[in-house]
Design a protein around this ligand. Sequence first.
Ligand SMILES: [Zn+2]
Length: 193
Amino acid sequence: MLIVCADQARVESDLAAGLLSCPSCWGVLARWGYGRDRVLRCLTGDRVLRPRRARCRGCAGTHVLLSEQGLLRRRDEVVVIGAAITAKVAGQGSRRIARDLGVPADTVRGWLRRFAARAELVRAHFTRCAVALDPELGPVGSAGSGVADALEAVAVAARAWVLRFGPAEVWRVASRLSGGLLCNTSSLFPVMG
Ligand SMILES: [Zn+2]
């Protein structure tokens, strides 16, 4: 599994040009059909995504290329999940956040619980990513709580990404840098290439 740009035409041309690397061995990925359709709940309504599947020319492993719009095993768009995390750090309660985003309160509580449980992991990972993207980066300050520090690290890494690669939405960058695992149970994050 690999998180890629939301622009499918770009993904196709990157695959054709051999620009996408295998997450297991860094070999070149080539087109290999499609994965199963996936419905993503977005702010603008449901969207059906058909993820590309790719095969590594090095290790022959196959990988589903998921759009950076989502996270692994989450039905909602990552910007919605990110908005919930940001609102929580700003002091809002989960019921209010759920109402504002039009998402069930239990779903919002699930995201927040998961993010809080892995806040230190997220902070450490995104701080490493930020430094890898911008070696001149100064120390990342503490924002006062585990979840706030994790959110700050995500923001700093996203800024470093934008400086390096150009404009991008912060939570889509977060999806990419976490390998889609921002709100997952896995303790593994991808190593920066
Ligand atoms: Zn490979």
